[in-house]
Design a protein around this ligand. Structure first.
Ligand code: FAD
Length: 311
């Protein structure tokens, strides 16, 4: 543990509850494309609730194997067209040739979308080893370079505070992040994690590797512990024992789970903020309440409509 990390941790722990919130936090929100009319309504209710907070951008995920290609496009294009928000489209390399991916990117550019979250993606069969499509982009770094050749997109990429499962070690993982940034990405958004120290350690390692780009913590409010536990196991994210205890006995108490989830995620966010983090990316799962509550606790408030429009 470095002196820097110790100082960060002490500052975070000693800061009085919510005394340090100042509203100088930049937030972004992630949605997934809806599958049916009911989900569409839920998504749009979430978008409209979060829009007045004037996030830097909102992003829409791309289903495994490109299965949501049309739905992702329709959602991103509608957000771009009908709201004051800057919409970013996730795009992966899975199951598609370079030409097909370039075509999708061209359609985004034509729809006024200027920000792509460029990812390798995962194999369609869970647990299988990733193999790039013959004639496709072999990884996220290659995709970033390909997108940059097409248009001057703003590009975000993924980063892994607990190391990507395919990486040989943390150094190889950081080399891979560096390749993506060198190829033209301007920021990285992290996989979710549960302890602030995990992020602070990673931030130090990133800085020690000479990487200066913005690393934005991805925050996953844990409203459904069993499902987050499954996702954490798949992506190598450590689940602390205290978290399992916290959700014990709450299976039949969804409202209480929501309150606990908001408290835990707000505390994580507050400690990150106290440790100098000024950008957070929320995995909303298309439900606004948790992200909205956490932002409120951190001093992020609705901006007047004119300011949102100007932003
Ligand atoms: P890459 O950075 O290309 O590589 C991942 C790992 O592969 C590297 O760590 C490295 O170990 C290895 N690797 C890559 N290239 C090389 C090389 N040249 N030599 C050696 N090793 C190499 N998935 C979706 O399907 N849709 C989404 O919308 C989506 N959104 C996401 C958003 C965020 C913020 C995050 C963090 C993840 C998201 N994912 C999404 C998941 C992501 O697709 C998976 O984590 C995937 O396994 C890796 O994608 P990547 O872009 O990090 O891959």
């Amino acid at each position: 543990i470095s002196v820097n990390q110790l100082a960060e941790a002490r500052r975070a722990l000693e800061s009085p509850l919510y005394a340090d919130v100042g509203g100088d936090l930049d937030v972004s929100f992630e949605f997934f494309p809806p599958k049916n009319e009911k989900m569409e309504e839920q998504l749009w209710a979430a978008v409209r609730t979060l829009e007045p907070l004037a996030p830097r951008f909102v992003s829409v995920t791309y289903g495994a194997g490109g299965t949501t290609r049309e739905r992702t496009h329709a959602t991103v294009a509608r957000i771009q067209r009908e709201t004051s928000l800057a919409a970013a489209a996730h795009l992966t390399c899975v199951e598609a040739t370079r030409e097909e991916i370039d075509q999708v990117a061209q359609e985004y550019w034509a729809a006024g979308v200027r920000h792509i979250v460029a990812l390798r993606g995962d194999p369609p069969q869970q647990g299988a080893k990733f193999a790039s499509h013959p004639g496709g982009y072999e990884n996220a770094a290659a995709l970033v370079a390909g997108l940059k050749r097409l248009h001057p997109f703003e590009i975000s990429v993924a980063a892994y505070p607990e190391c990507h499962p395919d990486s040989a070690d943390a150094a190889a993982d950081l080399d891979n992040l560096k390749r993506k940034l060198d190829a033209g990405a301007s920021r990285a958004i992290t996989q979710f994690f549960h302890e602030p120290e995990t992020f602070f350690r990673y931030r130090d390692a990133v800085a020690a590797a000479g990487i200066r780009a913005e690393i934005v913590p991805g925050i996953m409010p844990v409203a459904n512990f069993a499902s987050v536990q499954r996702m954490s196991a798949m992506c190598g994210t450590d689940v602390p024992a205290w978290m399992a205890r916290l959700f014990e006995g709450l299976d039949d108490h969804p409202a209480t789970r929501q309150l606990v989830a908001a408290t835990v995620a707000a505390e994580l966010s507050r400690r990150l903020y106290a440790g100098g983090v000024k950008q957070l990316h929320f995995y909303t799962l298309n439900r606004a309440e948790l992200a909205f509550a956490i932002c409120h606790l951190l001093g992020v408030r609705a901006k007047p409509a004119a300011a949102v429009e100007a932003a």
